[in-house]
Design a protein around this ligand. Sequence first.
Ligand code: GLN
Length: 499
Amino acid sequence: MTDLTRFTAAQLAAMLGAQEVSSQEVTRAHLDRIAEVDDDIHAFLFVDAERALDTALQIDNRRSAGETLHPLAGVPVAVKDVFCYTGTPTTCASKILQGWYPPYNATVVQRLLDAGMVILGKTNMDEFAMGSSTENSAFGPTRNPWDLTRIPGGSGGGSAASLAGFEAPLAIGSDTGGSIRQPAAVTGTVGTKPTYGGSSRYGLIAMASSLDTPGPCARNVLDAALLHAVISGYDPQDSTSINAAPADVVTAARSSDVRGMKIGIVKELSGEGYSEGVEARFNEAVELLASAGAEVIEVSCPHFPAALGAYYLIMPSEVSSNLARFDAMRYGLRVGDDQVNSAEQVMRLTRDAGLGAEVKRRIILGTYALSSGYYDAYYGSAQKVRTLIIQDFAQAFSQVDVLVSPTTPTTAFPLGERLDDPMAMYMADLCTIPSNLAGNCAASFPAGLAPDDGLPVGIQVMAPVMCDDRLYRVGSALERLLEASWGSPLLAQLDKEQR
Ligand code: GLN
């Protein structure tokens, strides 16, 4: 039989719906693929094989009994280990949560289950989603399937690598500063950060609550839209959830019509620090969109260069508060509880042993930024910059429908290269952070392979709040145009070259 791991989620859904293949077969194919390649890639922290096959069996039975199911019922999906899912260890790739099982499901997880999707397991990530390379995982890094000596991006490197390695057709990520889009860019996949409040944070273990956004990861644009539609929409359990009908992303992903659309190139997101290969592919993608009838203009967002600095004050401030809950009393690890140590000593010993260096760095930074006497100078100033960035977006979106930039300044860098240089690591998020600060939606789409190093390049599309459909319109147009110019889908190239 043809290898079931090579199909798109939309194709699998159609085959399942027509009962040409069973969910058990599809699920088993992906579990076999995981067993074959995941020792090398390490996309997964936990593979939930038994329950996945059991869910698949139930879906197959319901389908053969004639029940009308959700179109994605029976399609496998991988979930970043930052989401609560009962019955699976949920660690955020941190030792402090090792052995912890959540008592409830995240809304995103519950929506996957309600749609009858088959959760394959939990994917690797930077500890508590802090990082750009998945090297901050306490359980070892994930490797990029395009080149196993390189990083898969972060923090959602596991979800992105599971797609590029054909271990899952769909995956879920979370994006606080770029953790869905940046891994998508460097693995040649699609990743969307929906509008903040458009997808529920309930049961997403918090990093920085005013920025965290769950979103879909896929190998193509339609698949991402299909998954986006499953997980998004109002959730009364999340006080920041938007109580309005979400944009119709699936119709947009099928339209691929950009005629008359106004596309703004962000002037500030190019130039020094951007590799030639990235700029070449980005410019080519923009030209293709223009050739398809889009009107392309240059737009200035003068405060974007300050976004990284503001993010690295606001995010750690929220981190320092959110991670206070890991106090050795309520969850996971407890060190030094010998009846002699005080509660405070147990907390100190546990946090020292249980949290990694980057997490500690951010807690210290955030505590400092929020301390009295410094609050106005650091946190207060950063919030003012945040407002200026929101105004930049508002001004830009009064001129254009969407904004575009490279997703990342460079392609995937070698493992280890930036581990001792946090600033270099933070630079990977230069283009993605503004949309987190402003709360608007943004996505990364494959733009081809860089001519200099042959590695995937991503183009970022940004759209106004609740206009997530525009991302998919541009993304699907681009996908169609690029595939026509290459004569094959991007990941088919991966197939040829790598196996
Ligand atoms: N790489 C960024 C950081 O380290 C983004 C993280 C994220 O989006 N979760 O903070």
